[in-house]
Unconditional design. Structure first.
Length: 267
């Protein structure tokens, strides 16, 4: 099993999808408990949400599930949100704080290292290759990290999450023009709530690759799943009618960023 898939394009935009995969090795599936086998923490249908929004966009998507290893966590295991509830590089609980492994089946430190080398590292090597390729084409590259999550998860945050959660690690991972354009596209949508650098400021991917000083920009978009699913529960069905509005917002944002990068305004 290849741990990632790549669709190469010629746009300055790269879409990263670290959490849309659902594949697990059979031996790991057997070690999950009934709760873990639900795979409830998947970024369900994130590929369908972003499909065909921008001509020529490059997509790098992890094919493995985050319960194997989380491709958006610091490979050292250091928490991105010190003092706040979160899940680990190799999760032992789900987003509700409930165990996902059968008793005695949680991965050892040695196993985590093996998973990191087999899955986390290849995904990020592929992502880095595409960033370098796009930067060589345009003189700049914009990584848009695609995420989605259930709207209500008391273990992780209070209340109901806004529809659009933009993360730039407090403005450090991209040029101000990128942050402003993305926020404007979201704020212009009726009946949608938007927050900038709220609970989700950008995961390891955004923070690691976002280096505006070398013309590589990164921004994370965490979308509440009520924006495009029929229900935030199994069978996690994609709702085409519901998804139309957020897809228009995403199209506007990505198209604007593509134009900005091609115009030379970011160089």
């Amino acid at each position: 099993m290849t741990p990632f898939s790549v669709t190469e394009g010629d746009s300055p935009i790269i879409l990263g999808m670290p959490h849309g995969g659902t594949w697990l090795p059979d031996d790991l599936t057997a070690r999950l408990n009934d709760n873990g086998r639900k795979l409830a923490d998947t970024d369900w249908h994130i590929d369908r949400l972003y499909a065909d929004l921008l001509p020529g966009v490059t997509v790098v998507a992890a094919t493995f599930h985050r319960y194997v290893i989380d491709a958006n966590r610091d490979p050292s295991g250091v928490s991105l949100y010190p003092g706040q509830n979160t899940t680990e590089l190799s999760p032992t609980t789900d987003f509700d704080g409930l165990p996902i492994w059968a008793e005695g089946q949680a991965p050892s430190e040695a196993e985590i290292l093996d998973r990191r080398e087999a899955f986390h590292t290849p995904y990020h090597l592929a992502l880095q290759y595409q960033i370098d390729r796009i930067k060589a084409l345009h003189g700049t590259a914009i990584l848009w990290d695609c995420h989605s999550i259930r709207s209500v998860i008391p273990f992780l945050f209070e209340g109901q999450l806004p529809h659009f959660n933009i993360g730039t690690n407090d403005g450090t991972t991209c040029a101000p023009l990128i942050e402003t354009a993305t926020r404007a596209a979201c704020l212009g949508a009726r009946d949608f709530e938007t927050v900038l650098n709220g609970r989700f400021k950008g995961g390891w991917t955004t923070r690691h690759y976002g280096l505006p000083e070398v013309k590589v920009h990164a921004i994370q978009m965490e979308i509440a799943q009520r924006a495009y699913l029929s229900a935030e529960a199994a069978p996690w069905s994609f709702d085409h009618a519901t998804a139309e509005a957020p897809r228009r917002v995403l199209t506007q944002a990505l198209t604007t960023l593509d134009r900005l990068a091609r115009s030379g305004a970011l160089s």
